[in-house]
Ligand binder design. Structure first.
Ligand SMILES: [Zn+2]
Length: 441
């Protein structure tokens, strides 16, 4: 067991009179840092951590498990370098070094980053602006690939300092993970922010929380509306993703619409539909769309929330994200160069980075993308076997060509977090089909 796994936190927890619900927990800045570090975890890392920790009982996050499995099974020959595939399988958080200072770091086993600079020794562009972690993939401002490895001196900050929060502040966390600084002021107002209306007969408990419990909390933050109650009173809740079903794509941020209406790149995808049932069988796509989908695994949770305007339908993580956005950053969060304040800015500024230049996947042919985002090389045999396995005659199949821009891309991202039919839900295939003229049979 690593040092990171041995550390234990002591939380003060207020429980209701009936002992059925955690009202709130009071936590120190070390614990708050760990909670905020959830936001720095790339989606692929969360899938990997769950699989490592829970084994066969690992929860399935929408279509992300099948997306990662398909990536793992895809031959190295489809990637520009072997490193590209490894990087997608083990994405590194930009906050990896910062998170190394946490009292308990969930992502402690991802290998340290390697840094690369311009291959041109005489490049005149500033080196500090042109350092990347993706060999050959990241590009220098001069256009050449960043493929000359350089060493970067690790930060000399002492290990006992805070990572994201200020160390003089403690925080209150509600059952559904809204977080507020624990400061003297209006008690009623603070309780109301946390959604607490009744504290009659409430009981204080001291609870010890270690690595296993933090993993359960990460899981609960994605799947439960009451993660603290689940953790502390051991109430297992059913996963209820559909409770907040809303129009897919309709809640995307206005800013995203603006970007989408600009000259952002569009990808072309052909979807195969079974006419008699209007079910999506699979999509046929080139490497740009495949690159885009694999890129989901590298997006940190906090950036996913910012892209989806704090409404990723990821239960309590949505609340945590929105509550952080409301905290006075100057006062309660670290504002030094590597602190939380910068983290928030970074999360908010990177809205457009979802359509990245440079690619991981080589254009070696077409790919088949299943509804659950399993990706395979497209070949006639595999297409036919899908039809044969489901006993679908060719006459019952039609092909639609769709354009995927940023709006559609974000809609697929959102669906991939909660749905095993990410393409159908993300592309609103059912709605597109309703608009199609009826065909004679
Ligand atoms: Zn250069």
């Amino acid at each position: 067991m690593s040092v990171a796994e041995e550390f234990k936190f002591s939380l003060k927890v207020m429980i209701n009179r009936e002992k059925t619900k955690v009202l709130f927990a009071e936590v120190d800045s070390d614990f708050a840092d760990v909670l905020l570090s959830f936001m720095t975890l790339p989606l692929g890392t969360i899938v990997r951590l769950f699989q490592k920790h829970y084994g066969k009982q690992a929860p399935v996050i929408g279509s992300l498990n099948s997306l990662r499995k398909g990536l793992d099974e895809l031959s190295n020959a489809h990637f520009w370098t072997k490193q590209c595939k490894l990087m997608l399988l083990n994405p590194r958080s930009s906050f990896k070094d910062e998170c190394g200072k946490l009292k308990l770091n969930l992502d402690h086993d991802t290998p340290p980053a390697r840094y690369f600079t311009c291959e041109n020794w005489d490049c005149y562009w500033p080196r500090y602006e042109n350092v990347g972690t993706c060999y050959y993939i990241d590009r220098c401002s001069c256009g050449k690939p960043l493929n000359r490895e350089i060493g970067i001196t690790p930060s000399t900050q002492p290990n006992d300092c805070q990572v994201f929060t200020s160390n003089t502040t403690s925080f209150l966390i509600s059952d559904h993970l809204s977080m507020v600084p624990n400061v003297t002021g209006s008690v009623i107002q603070t309780l109301s922010i946390l959604g607490i209306t009744d504290i009659d007969g409430a009981e204080l408990r001291i609870v010890t929380v270690g690595f296993n419990e933090i993993m359960d909390l990460l899981k609960g933050s994605l799947f439960s509306r009451t993660p603290l109650t689940d953790l502390i009173l051991n109430k297992r809740r059913l996963i209820d993703f559909d409770a907040e079903k809303s129009e897919p794509g309709s809640l995307l941020h206005e800013m995203v619409k603006e970007v989408a209406n600009s000259n952002s790149k569009k990808m072309i995808v052909k979807v195969m539909i079974r006419k008699s049932t209007n079910k999506l069988l699979f999509a046929q796509a080139e490497e740009d769309f495949v690159d885009f989908l694999f890129g989901f695994l590298t997006i940190p949770l906090g950036r996913v929330e910012s892209l989806l305007d704090g409404n990723a339908r990821l239960k309590s993580i949505d609340n945590l994200y929105r509550s952080i956005a409301n905290i006075n950053g100057d006062k309660y969060l670290k504002s030094e160069e590597n602190g939380m304040y910068v983290f928030l800015l970074w999360v908010l500024m990177c809205t457009c980075a979802i359509l990245r230049p440079g690619s991981y996947v080589k254009g070696t042919g077409m790919f088949m993308v299943k509804d659950d985002l399993t990706i395979k090389p497209l070949c006639m045999l595999s297409s036919i076997s899908i039809l044969n396995d489901q006993k679908i005659p060719l006459s019952d199949v039609k092909e639609l060509e769709l354009e995927i821009g940023l709006t559609e891309g974000l809609s697929i991202l959102r669906a991939s977090l909660t749905s095993a039919c990410a393409l159908t839900d993300g592309l609103m295939v059912n709605r597109i089909l309703m608009k199609q003229p009826k065909e004679e049979h």
